[in-house]
Design a protein around this ligand. Structure first.
Ligand code: SF4
Ligand code: SF4
Ligand code: SF4
Length: 214
């Protein structure tokens, strides 16, 4: 630990306030463990020295949709040990906070393919609503990943290619939503989309579709 770190140790209340800005229990856990690991660690207690890095790996798995029940159980076990065996307040506070998040009713959704808050990108996909799209082409120019397909509207021409997002190319950066002035780009929860049959909303009025997915 440097002299500067000793003089200005991280305040756990500040870390908690930063984590509490998130709504998702997994995102909160990530903020907390990242802040914890950003500071030098003395390494005196085994659960903290080994477990905090392991926790970060497992929490990231929950965020990217590759976690299983075993990851949740492992983080719960590590945090229980940190709570009881840590010698410092910082370790105990981390154990208490993350253990609380790991008990959230919304946590297991990340194993079954959704994040209710929409904060975990892996469970959200971007789509263009054809009824709103004026084919201006702004999203096409904004997308750095070439994930948008479509033909910009031209006067006195017909047969335009409608605008769509190629899901496999989309990195979920959100730039298309920012530039679309016509409210035509929407995020939808991936699991909800997968459960609907193709064409399920063909005859549904747009306001009802928007209400369902937002
Ligand atoms: S819990 Fe505290 S005392 Fe123990 S290794 Fe971690 S930082 Fe050091
Ligand atoms: S920016 Fe919006 S309205 Fe323009 S082409 Fe893209 S989705 Fe359609
Ligand atoms: S979210 Fe980003 S990568 Fe995906 S279509 Fe929009 S601009 Fe392209």
């Amino acid at each position: 630990m440097t002299e500067k770190d000793k003089k200005n140790p991280v305040k756990m209340e500040d870390v908690q306030a930063k984590a509490d800005e998130k709504n998702c229990p997994v995102q909160r856990s990530l903020v907390f463990i990242e802040e914890f690991l950003a500071e030098p660690m003395c390494g005196k207690c085994f659960p903290c020295a080994m477990g905090s890095y392991e926790t970060r790996i497992r929490v990231n798995k929950m965020i990217d949709g590759s976690a299983s029940d075993e990851d949740i159980e492992t983080v719960q076990t590590i945090m229980s040990h940190m709570l009881t065996a840590s010698r410092c307040k910082k370790g105990k506070d981390t154990g208490t906070y993350i253990l609380e998040q790991m008990k959230s009713a919304d946590l297991r959704d990340h194993i079954t393919g959704t994040c209710k808050t929409g904060e975990c990108n892996a469970f959200t996909s971007y789509h263009i609503i054809p009824e709103n799209c004026t084919m201006c082409g702004d999203c096409l120019e904004a997308c750095k990943d070439n994930a948008i397909i479509g033909e910009k509207v031209k006067p006195f021409m017909s047969g335009y290619m409608p605008f769509e997002i190629a899901q496999k190319r989309c990195t979920k950066c959100g730039e298309c939503i920012k530039v679309c002035k016509d409210n035509a780009v929407k995020t939808m929860k991936t699991k909800e989309m997968a459960e609907e049959p193709v064409g399920a909303y063909r005859d549904t009025p747009l306001p009802e579709i928007e209400q369902k997915f937002n």
